[in-house]
Design a protein around this ligand. Structure first.
Ligand code: DAH
Length: 343
C-alpha cells in the first residue's frame, strides 16, 4: 500500500472518531463508539494498524509515527467526550464537591408569623392562669354576634357599613330558618357559644380573626385578631378582672406595667371599662372589659342571681405592635420577608 493512502486512512479515521464520540449522548453510547474505534480486537484503529504491514519498508518509520499520533488523537477525543457526558449528568460533579466533613451552614426553613407567635404566647400566659383556649366560627349568625350579646336591633354596631354581612334573613326568606349571616365583628361571639354548651364555672379564652370594613391605615385593617376572655363562677368580682388583666399585662410586657380602668360602655357588660396599660412612659388603651351583663347570662340560660363573671376583649395586633415597636399594622399582612424575618 502506498504511504499516502495509508496516511489518508488515518486522517479519515480521526475525523470519523471525533464525530462519533462528539455525538454520543450517554455513557453507553460513548462506550459503544469506543469499542468501534479503539476496541483491542476488532476496532477500526486495529484494522488500519494491520495495513501497516503492506506499506513499503522505507516508509514504515513515517507510517508508524503517524499511526501513534493518530491513536493519541482518537484517545484524547474519547477523553473529552467522556468528561462532557460525566459533567452533564452532574451528579458526579456535585458529589465530588460535597464534603461531609465541613461544618453545616444551617437550613433556612422560614418562620412562624409574628401574629401566630403572639397568639401562642398569649395562650401560654392565660393557660398558666387556668384559662383554656376555645375556637369559634368566623362566619356567625345574628344571634351570636349581636342578639345574645344584648346588642339591640337599632344599635349602630349592626350597621351594614360596620359589618361584612354575607346574607340577610330577608334575602333568604325562602330558606327554612332564615338568619342574618356575617363575618364576626368580635370574638365575644365565642362567649355565647361556650356558655350555651357549658355549665359554670367557666374560664376560657378565644383567639382569632375578626372583620370590620375599615379602610386600612397605620392602625386599622379590615381583618385583625382579638383575644377574648371569659370567667364565670359564683363569686367573680371586678377585683378578679383587674388582677387577671394585670398578671396578663406584666407577663407579656414586663413587670413595669401598671393597669388602670376607665368607665366605658358595652352592651354585654355592666359595669364596663376601658383597660389602659402604662408602659414605657405612656398610657395605652388595650381593649374593653367588664362584668358580664345579667341579660347575657339570661340569654344563655344562666341565673344571674347565682353566677357572675367578667369578660374582656383585646386586640392582638396592638399588643404585638407595642411589644416590638411596630408602627403600622399593614406590615403584618404585606408578606414582605424582610419584615417577617425579624421575628
Ligand atoms: N367585643 C369588644 C370589641 O370588639 C371588646 C370587648 C369589650 C370584649 C368588653 C369583651 C368585653 O368581652 O367585656 O370592641
Amino acid at each position: 500500500m502506498a504511504l499516502q493512502e495509508f496516511l489518508d486512512q488515518l486522517d479519515q479515521l480521526v475525523s470519523e472518531a471525533e464525530t462519533n464520540f462528539g455525538a454520543a449522548e450517554s455513557t453507553d453510547a460513548l462506550e459503544e463508539a469506543r469499542i468501534e474505534f479503539l476496541g483491542a480486537k476488532n476496532g477500526k484503529l486495529k484494522a488500519v494498524q494491520k495495513l501497516m504491514g503492506t506499506v513499503e519498508k522505507q516508509d514504515k518509520p513515517v507510517a508508524g509515527k503517524t499511526f501513534n499520533e493518530t491513536k493519541g488523537r482518537i484517545e484524547s477525543a474519547f477523553e473529552v467526550a467522556h468528561a462532557r457526558i460525566q459533567g452533564d449528568g452532574s451528579d458526579t460533579e456535585r458529589d465530588s464537591q460535597f464534603d461531609p466533613s465541613l461544618p453545616g451552614a444551617g437550613f433556612k426553613i422560614g418562620r412562624v408569623h409574628p401574629i401566630t407567635q403572639t397568639i401562642e404566647e398569649l395562650k401560654d400566659i392565660m393557660g398558666r392562669l387556668g384559662f383554656s383556649t376555645v375556637d369559634g366560627p368566623e362566619i356567625e349568625d345574628d344571634w351570636h354576634n349581636f342578639v345574645a350579646l344584648n346588642i339591640p336591633d337599632d344599635h349602630p354596631a349592626r350597621d351594614p357599613l360596620e359589618n361584612f354581612y354575607l346574607a340577610t334573613a330577608e334575602a333568604n326568606s325562602g330558606e327554612k330558618n332564615p338568619v342574618d349571616l356575617l363575618l364576626r365583628s368580635q370574638t365575644s361571639t365565642v362567649q355565647i357559644r361556650v356558655m350555651e354548651k357549658t355549665k359554670p364555672p367557666i374560664r376560657i379564652i378565644s383567639l382569632g380573626r375578626v372583620y370590620r370594613p375599615d379602610t386600612a391605615d397605620a392602625t386599622h385593617y379590615p381583618m385583625f385578631h382579638q383575644i377574648e376572655g371569659l370567667m364565670i363562677d359564683t363569686n367573680v368580682t371586678m377585683a378578679d378582672l383587674k388582677s387577671v388583666l394585670r398578671l396578663f399585662a406584666t407577663s407579656y410586657l414586663g413587670d413595669d406595667v401598671t393597669i388602670r380602668f376607665r368607665p366605658s360602655f358595652f352592651p354585654f357588660t355592666e359595669p364596663s371599662v376601658e383597660a389602659d396599660y402604662y408602659w414605657n412612659g405612656q398610657w395605652i388603651e388595650f381593649g374593653g372589659a367588664g362584668m358580664v351583663d345579667p341579660n347575657v347570662l339570661t340569654a344563655v340560660g344562666y341565673d344571674p342571681e347565682e353566677v357572675t363573671g367578667f369578660a374582656f376583649g383585646l386586640g392582638v395586633e396592638r399588643l404585638c405592635m407595642r411589644r416590638h415597636g411596630i408602627t403600622d399594622i399593614r406590615e403584618f399582612y404585606k408578606n414582605d420577608v424582610r419584615f417577617l424575618a425579624q421575628f
